[in-house]
Design a protein around this ligand. Structure first.
Ligand code: LLP
Length: 401
């Protein structure tokens, strides 16, 4: 989206403001679909956790996506936004069995990620086919906090425990209809994906009732110009061929599933913030904005790089700045950044804020969470109101002391 449109939206809806470009989401969805076009049965399940705004979910539903949900609340949001239960896949980890039962009662596809839950589920619902999440024991992912397929990770059932899985399946009569893995986020190395794929496919061979293979996600998106990213087209070519050959070997057309979050929505989003203060210090020229780790925690939590531009003065001479938030903690959005000259009240754009940005926002420091706007077919729509003081009080019970 161009600077003029973003400035106009900030004027109309105020700042800080999340803006999403529907066209970008659609383009990424089609890019992935095309990359795997030789696979007969492909399903792209959007990972709701990346951005769970109902209008974003509706948009993806219109594109024919399914959804990957990790909590009963995400399942309910998906149903609320119009998804058919057959397109809702539930892949939680470590939840209570009651939550699993609630999700099962809604009719969604369940994925099991421990021997304990496999046994409970098999005993109670032997006639409901379920998917298994395996832990392939590969190290992949951009940051240790988001690497989840290695041997010390809490996720999935170890591939070394497949015999135990088979015993439980035999005892309970449960049908395993899918095998799932997810190894991490921000994986650019196609090799890591392909190695894990072999492990996944070997596990599929252990069962004769498999209908789908879920490769999870973790595709790395570029956060700045020239940044490294997963080459989805190259991966599509190699993986599709391997998958199609495997289907012949297995003797059945299986469905290939991906669960992208970042890949679909990251680049669609911008966080527009206003400059409250320009603060030179002996070492650093700080720019303090009307936002902080309460609205976008990725830079502080994962050392994630988010590109920042001055949309009020895009062509000014560049200077070196540290862009910081207004939270009473160190909350640096970007340090040592070369940005065109910034003055107080300028509006800055923090790019790639479509995934894990609003969805990880909080009310820390008793601040309101921002409004969200979706630009769809040239029109802008407010898709979430800015919070107010009433929202902060909503669930609090004031007692007489
Ligand atoms: N499937 C499962 C089972 C997952 O746990 C995840 C993400 C995804 C799919 C989607 O992965 P993606 O395509 O977005 O990489 N908050 C972190 C990312 C955490 C990812 C958690 N799981 C961040 O902001 O980088």
């Amino acid at each position: 989206m161009n600077n003029q449109s973003l400035l106009r939206l900030a004027e109309k809806y105020g700042s800080p403001l999340y803006v999403y470009d529907a066209q970008k989401i659609e383009a990424q969805y089609n890019r992935m679909k095309n990359a795997f076009s030789t696979v007969k049965q492909l399903k792209i399940n959007y990972a709701v956790k990346a951005n769970s705004n109902i209008s974003i979910l509706k948009l993806l539903n219109n594109l024919n996506a399914g959804v990957d949900c990790v909590s009963i609340q995400e399942v309910k949001l998906a149903i609320e936004s119009g998804f058919n239960v057959k397109d809702i896949f539930f892949t939680p980890s470590g939840i209570s069995f009651e939550e699993m039962e609630d999700a099962n009662a809604l009719g969604v596809q369940i994925t099991l990620d421990s021997l304990s839950v496999l046994k409970k589920f098999g005993n109670k619902y032997p006639n409901t086919p379920a998917c298994l999440r395996i832990n392939p024991h590969v190290m992949a992912g951009g940051n240790h906090k988001i690497s989840v397929g290695h041997i010390d990770s809490k996720f999935g059932i170890s591939i070394h425990q497949i015999e135990s899985v088979k015993n439980i399946v035999n005892e309970t009569g449960l049908k395993i209809n899918g095998i799932h893995m997810h190894t991490g986020s921000d994986i650019y190395n196609i090799e890591a994906f392909l190695n894990a794929t072999e492990i996944l496919l070997n596990t599929v061979k252990e069962f004769d009732s498999i209908e789908f293979v879920d490769f999870g996600s973790g595709f790395k998106v570029p956060y700045k110009e020239g940044d490294i990213e997963t080459n989805i087209e190259e991966m599509g070519e190699t993986l599709s061929k391997r998958f199609n050959d495997f289907c012949v070997e297995y003797g059945r057309d299986l469905t290939l599933i991906f669960e992208p979050g970042k890949f679909l929505v990251s680049a669609s989003g911008s966080l527009i913030v206003k400059v409250n203060v320009v603060k030179p210090t002996p070492n650093i020229l700080f720019i303090g904005v009307d936002s902080g780790l309460n609205h976008l925690i990725r830079p502080m939590m994962y050392d994630a790089y988010h590109h920042i531009t001055n949309i009020s003065n895009p062509d000014g001479d560049e200077k070196i700045y540290d862009i910081v938030g207004y939270i009473c903690e160190n909350d640096t959005f970007g340090s040592n950044r070369s940005i065109s000259k910034i003055s107080e009240n300028d509006l800055l754009c923090i790019h790639n804020a479509g995934a894990y940005s609003f969805s990880m926002a909080s009310n820390y420091n008793s601040r309101y969470r921002p409004a969200e706007v979706l630009v769809y077919k040239g029109e802008d729509y407010l898709i979430r109101k800015r919070e107010t003081f009433d929202d902060l009080l909503k669930n609090q019970i004031i007692i007489d002391l």
